[in-house]
Ligand binder design. Structure first.
Ligand SMILES: *Cc1c(COP(=O)(O)O)cnc(C)c1O
Ligand code: SF4
Length: 353
């Protein structure tokens, strides 16, 4: 591995491509499938296969349908289709940018702030984003907590009364079956000190068919207020199917928030951010966070400098509703938590005028 990056666990090696079958479209999971779908040039297959040995790949049929393959700068493809530059790790890039490891009291739990804690029931996602800060640990075969581990994690929440909010993340918690997810939410919701439940997910935009009536019912019926924070970075991710999924969630009583990452070539213009946040509001999603990119290995092509991010937000202020305005935040490398990045504005001169 170049640049001292840790070797991937052997289990990351992509499984042999399944035989092609007629029938419903399937998630694309390796270089050959991406070439067949016209998303990767045949001459790049070898390099992409090497990326696949290190980082998981998944492009769902819903995402595939949003990509314009003829556009080399397509902002949807850029988020999900692997690129040979992922093989290069820049000197400043680190493996665990948010430093979750030292804040984990039991497996699957991260506790950094007194009143809230993360529960990661699994590390699989519907898609694998090329800029993901957890890219070295997420993957289709990874991280499902066993029964005993899940019990230990729930037991930690039960005996930690300072925690008022349980935040399910991963991986993507909506990859669990509605039954299993429902059991976890019911257990957390039954704890007197847990006031709020939160789930971070890309499923409503990346694999909206997973948001079935059964899943919406489980989320709406958790017994405590549930906030679903939807990860989306481009207005086009709000397809009609995604809109229907979000509508089912809203109808079930789920409060919807949006989180985005500021990404070069995806949403690094005032127009793209405005369209993204307006699309969120049209779907009852309140933009919550705009994240500065975490410097995970092989993600340098996505970085937008903080000063540029501040200038973009400054240009947005006044141009869009306050409802459309997210907090621009950055994780402190080393585990210090999230820091708002501004921009700062001058106080109006006293006395008006
Ligand atoms: C981001 C994060 C949270 C949630 O932070 P909010 O600012 O409340 O959204 C909680 N715990 C950890 C460890 C986090 O990284
Ligand atoms: S869905 Fe979230 S956790 Fe999964 S790859 Fe994308 S950014 Fe990472």
């Amino acid at each position: 591995m170049p640049d001292g990056a840790p070797p991937r666990p052997a289990a990351r090696a992509a499984p042999a491509a399944p035989p092609r079958r007629a029938g419903p479209a399937r998630t694309l999971r390796d270089a050959a499938a991406l070439v067949r779908a016209g998303l990767v040039a045949p001459e790049a297959e070898g390099a992409i296969a090497r990326v696949a040995e290190r980082y998981a790949i998944a492009v769902t049929p819903a995402v595939r349908a949003l990509i314009a393959p003829a556009d080399p700068a397509d902002p949807i493809a850029r988020q999900y289709v692997p690129h040979p530059e992922e093989l290069a790790t820049a000197p400043w890039e680190v493996s665990d940018p948010t430093a979750d490891g030292p804040h984990s009291p039991v497996k699957g739990v991260v506790h950094r702030y007194p009143d809230r804690a993360l529960l990661k029931p699994l590390l699989a996602c519907p898609v694998y984003c090329r800029f993901c800060f957890r890219r070295e640990v997420v993957g289709p075969e990874g991280g499902l907590l066993g029964e005993a581990e899940l019990e230990a994690a729930l037991d930690w929440f039960a005996r930690t009364p300072a925690v008022r909010e349980a935040i399910l993340t991963g991986g993507d918690p909506l990859m669990l079956s509605p039954r299993r997810l429902g059991r976890i939410l019911a257990r957390l919701g039954a704890m007197a000190h847990i006031e709020v439940l939160r789930i971070h997910s890309r499923v409503p935009v990346a694999d909206p068919e997973r948001v079935t009536a059964a899943l919406a019912e489980v989320l709406g019926g958790a017994g405590k207020p549930l906030f679903l924070c939807v990860h989306a970075n481009h207005a086009r991710e709000f397809s009609p199917a995604a809109g229907a999924a979000l509508g089912r969630l809203a109808a079930a009583g789920v409060a919807l928030l949006g989180q985005s990452v500021l990404l070069r070539g995806v949403n690094d213009s005032v127009e793209a951010l405005e369209a993204l946040f307006r699309a969120m509001l049209r779907h009852r999603v309140k933009p919550y966070y705009l994240h500065q990119l975490d410097r995970a290995p092989g993600t340098a092509r996505f970085e937008v400098p903080v000063e540029e991010g501040r200038a973009l937000l400054r240009a947005l202020r006044g141009r869009v509703s306050g409802l459309a305005w997210p907090t621009y935040v950055q994780e402190t490398p080393g585990g210090g938590g999230k820091v708002p990045l501004g921009p700062a504005f001058e106080a109006p001169a006293p006395g008006g005028g």
